[in-house]
Each structure stands twice: as structure tokens, then as C-alpha cells.
Design a protein around this ligand. Sequence first.
Ligand code: PGA
Length: 259
Amino acid sequence: MNKASSAKRRQLVVGNWKMNGSFQENASLLDAIRLGWQGEQAAEVVICPPFPYIAQAVDRLAASTIMVGAQTLSEFEKGAYTGEVSASMLADLNCKFVIIGHNERRRMQRESDQQVAEKFIQAQRAGLIPILCVGESLDDRNKGLHLQTISNQLQAVFERVGLEKFTDAVLAYEPVWAVGTGKTATPDEAEEVHRFMRVQLGEIGKRVRILYGGSGKAHNAQQLFALEDIDGALLGGASLDADEFLAICAAAEHTEATR
Ligand code: PGA
């Protein structure tokens, strides 16, 4: 498979703001991104602000093709879960995507593979597109266990939700050692895992977008996007800087245009 035969997988750039922003800061960041994003048709762009700013982002991006997502959601439908936010609430806010299983949540909130799978189910029930994150620790990589870790994380969700549900989902490979560290996986390291993930998806693999995440920057985006099995990026730090973010969106657009 090469990019040409996978032309239906549109490049996707997702900005994960994590716990950053204020109404004032967001207004200028969102306006700059909206005004700078002219490539409406080919690559897709999604911004995932913290919960309190989702409505602001939806509102401010209404006149553009840029979509809004959330950074997590509850694994339950509704009820006595103080502080949680449900899938249907996100859909109410006009969210289209939701990040699930980000390594910061797996590590800091101790989210298990089972919880990740339940969140995936809730998201799809409400019509949201899950962006399921997987990735190995530095220790796993050093021991040569990275593919095993990825496989375990994927299988836990496949078994619970069924493989066919991934036709309406996005996957993200986020090596833990690369997230927020300034250290990016090399093209070979990234492509090895992306290819492996696609094979794990079996028949539907050719239709599912797999994003790279982990210190993605404008200077390495073009090289990563050119790889057969990389369909875009999930960005943390780079999504907080309009110029950097737009340069990465432009690289995705360029990849679309040159397929
Ligand atoms: P980073 O974060 O780009 O700052 O490494 C990526 C992510 O956590 O999604």
C-alpha cells in the first residue's frame, strides 16, 4: 500500500491544547488559526481545548472548516459521577472528535485499557469520532517490547468493541518517551509502528487514519506525513503556537496535494 492507493485517508491534524489557555489567549489563537487556514478541502484540522473552552472554540471556528474535539470523556453514559463529562454533553456542544487513552491520562489518572474501551463505546454511541491513543514507554522500547505493548493496548479495545467499529475511528501512535519531551520518533521508528498498527486492523486497516504524536513540529511534519502509513499528527506543544500549528497543517495539505 502506498499513499496513492490510500487516497481516501485524508490527512488529519489534531491540536491537543491539554490544560492550557484562557478566554483571552484562546480568542487570539483561534482567530489566528481560523484566518490562517485556507486549505479547506483536502486535509482536516481539529482543535481540542479544555472542557470550559469547547463552546468558545466551536463559536469562534463556526465560519471555518476546522472542527472541535475534547481531550477525554466519561466512560459512563450519565449519573452520579461528580466532575465527569459525558459523550452526549460533548455532542451537545458540537464536538466531533474526542481523544481517548492519552498516555497522560493512562499514567496520571490511571485509566485502564478497560476504561479506555468503555470510553470508546460511549463516544461512538453519541456520534463522536474517537481518537484512540496508544504508545510504549521508554523502558518498553529499550527492551524491544514496543510492538507488544501497542498490540496489548489495541487488542484490549478491539476485543471489547469489535474491530469493525474502527472504520469510524482514528488511531494515534504516541510513544510516551516522545510526548512533551522534544524528542521525536525517527521516520523509521514511527513507520514501523504505524505499519504494525495497520496490520493489526486487518481488512479495514487501509481505511483507518493513524496519526503520529510526540513532539511533532513544523520541521519534521513533512517528512513524517510523506510516509505510507502516517496520516497526520496529534500535536501538543505545537498546537499552542498559531504559526507552528498552521505550518504543520500546511504540510498536511501539501501531502494531500502531492499524492
Ligand atoms: P507534544 O504532545 O506534541 O507536546 O509532544 C503530543 C500529545 O500529547 O498529544
